[in-house]
Design a protein. Structure first.
Ligand code: FE2
Length: 378
């Protein structure tokens, strides 16, 4: 689901060696308590269009699912219609959260075969679903916590999403905020589990580590964490994996694990070509962002050098900047978008940089700690 303007389209591996070629993120599915209201939030605040729906009216008896799209980003919001069953159990345990990180492939059967022979735990074998618009093939494997990866092959499908769903249109006014594609999805895993999951992505999915941070890099007075970023061959799919590290007080990762009751998706980074416009628009619609102190901007130019954006505008919108060898990036993080302090979003605009904003970690983590303090969970 990436465009030709994606920042890192050059492949770093020999395609012959890539046993799991990925075309991008196909969709992210959330299990939520009330999909109708969540869909309203993502349409009116975030500018996603409703494109498809499944539920009792379409022959699906146990759940409702709203499929929302903006640019190449697709979200599915699914809620159970009954108290028992996996969806309800997931929501009871985790609150609203990500169940599926779906990966777009050319050959779902091969993706399943290659990953399962390398040790993937299969959640659902190959499914062939068809309707008047053609055929979609899927297969799913487990990853950390209750999260799964679904391989989606849609080369023989012309419909709006996939068989089992009906096309639908937003009934509320929807105005895009300029979101283009999923840049990366971050997982939080338990104490000492980061390397296990990094190895899983290396061995089972053929990813490689592109960046790693230790607790020296990512530590403030209280919070500490370790992180490694794994990516597939063309870097269309990037998964940073975090684990908590020992600090003076409770790390933000521990807070997540306590409230999510296990490992899960911490944040989804969505890319824009114009972060100033995107963030100004989201703010005007009530989306709530972390705040860094004004002092962050005092020495910004000394840290990141000349940038195209106006510093006063950046300061006004509280947008963060970081530079690596290849360029710079602009980013900003929302507060958690669920009742529990679990999942949040990152808005990111890359101007050459391929990294993840290490220079902002300290300012950000101090901002998160101020929030933890307010929640009494530091
Ligand atoms: Fe991120």
């Amino acid at each position: 689901m990436e465009t030709a303007t994606h920042p890192s389209t050059q492949s770093n591996t020999n395609p012959q060696e890539d046993f799991l070629p990925l075309l991008g993120t196909d969709y992210v599915e959330f299990y939520v308590g009330n999909a109708k209201q969540a869909a309203y939030y993502y349409q009116s605040a975030w500018g996603y269009e409703l494109v498809a729906y499944a539920g009792p009216e379409t022959g699906v008896k146990d759940r409702v699912s709203y499929v929302l799209q903006q640019g190449k980003i697709r979200l599915i919001l699914t809620a159970s219609l009954f108290p028992d069953g996996f969806i309800s159990d997931h929501v009871k345990k985790h609150g609203d959260g990500v169940r599926v990180l779906a990966l777009w492939v050319d050959d779902a059967a091969k993706a399943l075969e290659e990953t399962s022979k390398r040790g993937a735990k299969v959640h659902e074998g190959l499914q062939v679903k068809s309707d008047e618009f053609g055929e979609v093939r899927t297969a799913s494997i487990h990853t950390y916590g209750d999260t799964i990866h679904t391989f989606v092959e849609r080369k023989n499908y012309r419909g709006v999403f996939m068989p089992g769903y009906q096309a639908a249109q937003s009934k509320v006014p929807v105005k895009s905020v300029g979101l283009k594609f999923v840049d990366h999805c971050v997982g939080n895993v338990g104490w000492g589990e980061m390397n296990t999951w990094v190895k899983f992505y290396e061995d089972v999915l053929g990813f490689r580590v592109i960046i790693s941070f230790d607790d020296q890099d990512i530590s403030t007075e209280y919070s500490a964490l370790m992180s490694k970023v794994v990516a597939n061959g063309n870097e269309f799919v990037k998964f940073p994996i975090n684990e908590p590290a020992k600090g003076k007080k409770r790390s933000q990762i521990e807070e997540y694990l306590d409230f999510y009751h296990g490992s899960g998706v911490q944040h989804i980074a969505v890319a824009t070509d114009n972060i100033m416009e995107t963030v100004a628009e989201l703010r005007s619609r009530g989306v709530d962002f972390l705040e860094v102190p004004g002092t962050y901007y005092d020495d910004l130019e000394a840290r990141v050098g000349k940038i195209e954006e106006d510093m006063d505008e950046l300061r006004k919108l509280n947008i963060l900047v970081d530079r690596d060898d290849e360029g710079y990036l602009l980013q900003l993080f929302t507060r958690p978008v669920e009742d529990r302090p679990t999942l949040f979003y990152e808005i990111i605009q890359r101007r050459g940089a391929r990294a993840f904003g290490k220079g902002n970690f300290k300012a950000l983590f101090e901002a998160i700690e101020r929030e933890q303090e307010r929640r009494g969970t530091l």
